[in-house]
Design a protein around this ligand. Structure first.
Ligand code: PFF
Length: 460
């Protein structure tokens, strides 16, 4: 007869979920990385920061800091097989490193609060697209007030926000293999197909060349210190870094997977998607003589304006908002999974309870974010609305701190030997020594130095 203790611990180990295949790992990770960051944030940041020069700096950050940091988070997760906080506690028992994991969970809570509001806007715009609202004419002033009236109204965005959270919760409740992996396997290929289709339509418009020039011909005179800040922040946001995502997903990955190739493939998929999204959006923006520097409203105001004039615009609008919603969902489930995995393992509760608990908190915070676009727009902290504050604190403060702690932990606390051991799967994979040494150097020196320099510039 088993005693209660051993059966409980057997149950605990036996019940830990995991990804079922290498392809599953890749689509889940790429699903987290590809999101509103690519379709909503990247195009308007490119537009605000002068085009190609911003993209080149962004690419350099992805390669030099993003990929090594993704590998570092992976190492922590796979080595510990635990949630973001549990991982640090397992690898450095009795230390204060666990705080880094708690920061990551808080970061995910803040991101998901406003992310689900924007995801909700995506749902509303998909409905609008199905009703062919955008093709009924209307100038950009009308479309712009449609957006601001909608975002500022009370109940409608709240209903959409609630729906978006419920959809994410439904997938996460099914677990890692049966929920997250299955969903991503179907949706990610579909997402790529849709965005490529839209890019082809956009690139074949008369006058598209100006958009391509803008995306790929750098104008260095536009680059300022701010360009670097914006590019690093975007690299973190887009690759889901510093938020415990790759720690959590990494903990569901078997010791046979190749961390170097999974991390590079994830970064490649994310970057390709951002560039294709750029090719879908910018040529159309230029062909219709719209300013690319529209800011956060680019996707919700400028694009509907284009859809209203574009041949086949009604269909493209539907496809675009389907893509936006899918991209947002595969990312929001990863944010939710970080929080849920933390609750399950640290509070010893069931997955279902953890999902309900997390959703309740997220729902309240998300309502505040949503209402801060209208009714509560007067509530300001540090001169920012709640929505802007959550965005700023998560992407520009917590992700940077979280990412810094991750590379310091892996580079200095775990150290060179552990990095080599994890990246080669204890010698089973043949990875050239120069590559291992370069990665170790980036993790130990370059990434921390770059983050600290940029953070200091940002905060002074
Ligand atoms: N990478 C996602 C995007 O580009 O939209 C956002 C994100 C997802 C950030 C998951 C952090 C995270 F843990």
């Amino acid at each position: 007869m088993k005693d209660a203790n051993s059966s409980r611990s057997a149950h605990h180990h036996g019940s830990r979920d995991a990804f079922g295949s290498s392809f599953g790992v890749l689509v889940a990770l790429a699903g987290s990385a590809v999101g509103l960051g690519n379709l909503w944030r990247f195009p308007y940041l490119v537009g605000e920061n002068g085009g190609a020069a911003f993209i080149i700096i962004y690419l350099a950050f992805v390669i030099l800091i993003g990929i090594p940091m993704l590998m570092s988070e992976f190492i922590i997760g796979r080595r510990s097989q635990a949630n973001a906080r549990g991982a640090f506690n397992k690898l450095a028992p009795g230390s204060r490193w666990g705080i880094a994991g708690i920061l990551a969970v808080i970061c995910c809570i803040l991101i998901l609060s406003f992310y689900s509001v924007v995801g909700g806007w995506g749902i509303e715009y998909l409905f609008k697209a199905f009703r062919f609202d955008f093709t009924r004419g209307g100038d950009s002033a009308a479309l712009s007030s449609i957006f601001s009236d909608f975002a500022a109204s009370s109940w409608q965005p709240l209903v959409c926000h609630t729906l978006f959270l419920l959809l994410s919760g439904l997938i996460v409740i099914l677990g890692v293999k049966n929920g997250i992996e299955k969903f991503s396997k179907v949706m990610m290929p579909l997402l790529f197909l849709i965005i490529i289709g839209i890019a082809v339509r956009s690139l074949t418009l008369p006058g598209a060349g100006a958009g391509i020039d803008y995306l790929f011909r750098p104008d260095w005179s536009e680059v300022t210190a701010n360009t670097f800040l914006a590019a690093l922040g975007q690299a973190f946001f887009s690759l889901s870094l510093g938020s415990g995502m790759a720690i959590t997903y990494g903990s569901y990955v078997s010791r046979k997977e190749n961390i170097v190739s999974i991390s590079s493939q994830t970064a490649l998929a994310d970057t390709l998607f951002a560039l294709i999204a750029g090719c879908a959006i910018m040529p159309a923006v230029f062909a219709y003589g719209i300013s690319p520097g529209e800011g956060p409203g680019l996707v919700f105001i400028t694009l509907p304006h284009i859809f209203s004039q574009l041949p086949l615009g009604g269909v493209i609008a539907i496809l675009f908002f389907v893509a936006l919603l899918l991209a947002a969902l595969t990312s929001s489930i990863s944010l939710l999974e970080v929080i849920v995995a933390f609750c399950i393992e640290e509070f010893h509760i069931k997955r279902r309870t953890a999902v309900v608990l997390s959703l309740s908190i997220l729902w309240i915070l998300g309502c505040l974010c949503s209402l801060s676009q209208g009714m509560l727009s007067g509530w300001k902290i540090f001169d920012k609305t709640i929505f802007d504050l959550f965005d700023f604190v998560s992407a520009n403060v917590l992700m940077l701190i979280g990412g810094l702690l991750v590379v310091l932990f892996v580079g200095w606390k775990l150290g060179r030997q552990v990095i080599h051991d994890e990246l080669t799967n204890s010698g089973a994979l043949r990875i050239p020594v120069w590559l291992l040494d370069t990665i170790t150097f980036l993790v130990r020196y370059l990434a921390p130095a770059a983050i600290i320099t940029i953070a200091v510039f940002q905060w002074i």
